[in-house]
Ligand binder design. Structure first.
Ligand code: HEC
Length: 192
């Protein structure tokens, strides 16, 4: 077998196959030396975004927030990139967060939290890890519940007096929850 792979015929193919790995290695070595920007995150910086929320809500922390609290937080932290009506601000790359319901699978597919995301708990997980874009990890747990409540209310998924916490957020039924198929591979755990 070895003989076969190293035969003259195959050697160029192997060289071509290995080349990208060589480039990758070279790139990661350069990365280790540094490009002159970025810093190694501190333990505290990692802890601020260290969360692992499951679709069924496992991993959600204690705390709670209301739609009204979320509205004020949104105006301060999110509106510049996601817009007054959560429609997205193209110039910033900030995505539309609501709208497009029923559009998935049509020629006018519009993917938003409202139209596409199957689980509300993902909203908490995502905002905690990644938003605001310029300062992930800066929001408190109660604030993230409040922002989740505000976005879900503006998407007409929850009422304006609904309070979001680990229990209620996990129970929210998203409009596109049945829009996905389960993965049939035996080693994959499906939540539905
Ligand atoms: C400086 C601009 C900026 C600010 C401020 C900002 N975002 Fe974002 N947001 C983005 C960008 C850019 C993306 C797309 C990121 C990507 O696709 O990787 C995004 C994506 C998202 C998404 C995922 C949308 C989707 O369907 O994939 C959510 C949810 C979100 N932001 C919520 C928030 C919340 C809540 C705040 C305020 C706490 C916030 N963002 C503040 C720029 C911003």
């Amino acid at each position: 077998m070895f003989e076969y792979w190293t035969s003259k015929l195959c050697r160029p193919a192997i060289a071509v196959a290995i080349l990208p790995f060589g480039l990758l290695l070279a790139a990661s070595a350069a990365n280790a030396e540094g490009f002159g920007f970025g810093t190694t995150p501190t333990a505290a910086e990692i802890a601020a975004i260290d969360i692992d929320v499951m679709p069924d809500g496992r991993g959600l922390p204690p705390g709670s927030g209301t739609v009204a609290q979320g509205k004020a937080l949104y105006e301060q932290n999110c509106v510049a990139c996601h817009g007054e009506n959560l429609e997205g601000v193209a110039a910033t790359g900030g995505a539309a967060l609501i709208g497009g319901r029923g559009s998935i699978g049509t020629p006018k597919t519009k993917k938003t939290v409202e139209s596409y995301w199957p689980y509300a708990s993902t909203l908490y997980d995502y905002v905690k890890r990644a938003m605001p874009f310029t300062a992930p990890g800066s929001l408190k747990d109660d604030e993230i519940y409040a922002l989740s409540a505000y976005i879900l209310n503006r998407a007409n998924i929850i009422g304006e007096n609904d309070v979001m916490n680990a229990d209620t957020l996990a129970k929210v039924q998203m409009p596109n929850k049945d829009g996905f198929i389960s993965d049939a591979r035996p080693d994959v755990h499906n939540y539905r």
